[in-house]
Write a protein that binds this ligand. Structure first.
Ligand code: ZN
Length: 393
């Protein structure tokens, strides 16, 4: 049944479908954030999501551009949600790409290719029901400093969303004959990259999947739209083409720069992986340090005010909370580490440890959870702790 579903999804994604989406998106180009071309692309994506029966939503945002272009921007992300049938499972899968481009070119590959993969996967998956919710998201503002994805993750974080994994596709349409695709994963998302490889082999997609790792640098907003997801503790997969695109950020990033049959295959492998993940009943545990929150100053355990977007400062004592997103197998224990040293083991949720040490600087807090099958997951944060008062007890 599962194989049948995936085969049907694969057969729905062909050159005709991919070309239709890509020609439309390229036709709006250049889609520089804030321009009317960018806005038209957003309207088109929103309408497509609506026509497919997804819950379509704009997320409007304003931001100061920090990369290449220093202006104030107003734009929108577009989200289409395919709601899962298992209402107990609140962990969603996110598949995203950026629909904005630089000013110089129509952005057929960067990132028209990822955008049409989102549209094509949404089209194919919308014909079926899945246990888990899948959110198809296209961001603007990537080229000006990941502005759209920063706004999106900030909102998800404030809602305390559970995200099984975020899959980003940025430039997946250029091939010079190697037929390779690079799939990079964060530390706890290697099992998702395994699925990409299994799908590629079992369904003879015909690509070579190269594996890589994503380093979780908490304040480094570099690279693509997956970066802000890392800052908030979520797991990520990035899909890239194997061959370097020499037309990147130039006027030559047009339709003739895209290898259609290759783009069909990269899109297929992502769509099939999404379908497989969305029906997977047993997943490894996922833990996130949920308090203190990223981007805030705390005093005496209370959240006071927003500080730097991705930093945390704590004055005096505080309880460190770690929460496990929807666990398909019960959690056996949570271990708390302070600068790499085990300081506390908690065997019952809610998992928390009280920080009450003397400190004048940044420390690393790590949480490691194990489920009853022995599978583990970790999360870590650098937090500035200011705690100079000796306790009189
Ligand atoms: Zn890009």
């Amino acid at each position: 049944m599962e194989a049948e579903k995936i085969n049907e999804i694969l057969s729905m994604i062909d050159e005709t479908l991919v070309l239709e989406f890509l020609e439309t998106i390229v036709g709006f180009g250049p889609r520089m954030t804030g321009t009317y071309g960018c806005e038209k692309a957003a309207q088109y994506i929103h309408q497509e999501f609506k026509d497919l029966g997804l819950i379509a939503r704009y997320q409007n945002w304003t931001a100061w551009g920090t990369r290449y272009y220093h202006h104030f921007y107003t734009s929108q992300n577009v989200e289409g949600t395919l709601t899962g049938t298992n209402i107990m499972d609140n962990s969603a899968i996110i598949f995203n790409a950026h629909y904005d481009s630089v000013a110089r070119g129509p952005g057929a590959n960067d990132d028209g290719s990822g955008t049409i993969a989102v549209l094509a996967a949404a089209y194919a998956l919308s014909h079926f029901d899945f246990k888990r919710t899948v959110k198809f998201v296209t961001f603007s503002g990537e080229e000006i400093g990941l502005a759209g994805s920063r706004a999106y993750t900030k909102e998800s974080y404030e809602r305390n969303d559970s995200i099984l994994v975020e899959i980003n596709a940025d430039m997946i349409g250029h091939d010079e004959g190697s037929r390779t695709m690079t799939v990079t994963a964060t530390e706890d998302a290697g099992w998702v990259a395994d699925i990409f490889q299994t799908i590629n082999n079992n369904y003879t997609i015909g690509l070579t999947v190269n594996r890589g790792t994503i380093n979780r640098v908490r304040h480094g907003m570099s690279g693509s739209d997956h970066a802000p997801f890392l800052a908030y503790g979520w797991e990520s997969i990035c899909c890239w083409e194997g061959d370097q695109d020499p037309n990147f950020h130039s006027a030559r990033d047009n339709l003739s720069n895209v290898n259609l049959s290759y783009l069909v295959n990269t899109t297929r492998i992502i769509a099939a992986t999404l379908a497989y993940l969305a029906d997977l009943s047993e997943t490894p545990p996922q833990v996130r340090i949920t308090s203190p929150r990223v981007g805030f100053l705390y005093n005496a355990g209370m959240r006071k005010r927003a500080i730097d977007e991705f930093k945390t400062t704590v004055i005096n004592d505080i309880w460190i909370w770690a929460e496990v997103d929807y666990a398909t197998v019960p959690i056996e224990r949570a271990e708390f580490y302070y600068d790499g040293k085990l300081v506390f083991t908690d065997t019952e949720a809610p998992f928390k440890w009280q920080f009450n040490k003397f400190s004048l600087r940044k420390h690393q807090i790590t949480v490691l959870v194990y489920d009853q099958l022995g599978r583990n997951s970790s999360d870590w944060r650098e937090i500035r702790f200011i705690n100079i008062f000796k306790k009189i007890k």
